[in-house]
Unconditional design. Structure first.
Length: 134
């Protein structure tokens, strides 16, 4: 169990990246993956997805694999082959929060969802679309 899932996972991955660099592995060959689903509770997985951008501090491409994971099945009460909508939701959040690469079973649906998500995110980054608040 984690005390602060996001901080602990980011710190652990950061240390691993440093060890890899010290071992002579070129930075451009290093990707980071928060390990969604591996020994984590539902709330840990959700926190990592919600704060995935924290991995951006490591300045390495972020890889995420949520496709058909058991935490999706537990939340939706669905079998492994009936988790497309949950998978797409997690993948959209991952892209929104900085994922560069998605590992998935449903490639075509994921590509379409990721392209739309990326287009919306980019539209929000354009200065002419900024919203001033009173």
């Amino acid at each position: 169990e984690y005390g602060n899932t996001v901080a602990e996972v980011v710190a652990e991955i950061g240390e691993t990246v440093q060890r890899a660099r010290q071992a002579g592995i070129a930075a451009e060959r290093i990707l980071v993956d928060p390990g969604i689903g591996f020994g984590k509770r539902i709330e840990d997985n959700l926190a990592l997805l919600a704060h995935l951008s924290r991995l951006g501090d490591l300045r390495r491409p972020i890889v995420v694999g949520t496709s058909r994971k058991s935490f999706i099945g537990r939340i939706l009460e669905r079998t492994v082959h009936d988790r497309l909508e949950g998978t797409l939701a997690t993948e959209v959040v991952a892209v929104w929060n900085g994922a560069h690469i998605l590992r998935t079973h449903d490639v075509a649906a994921t590509v379409r969802a990721a392209r739309i998500t990326d287009a919306i995110r980019k539209a929000g980054e354009r200065p002419e679309n900024s919203v001033s608040r009173p």
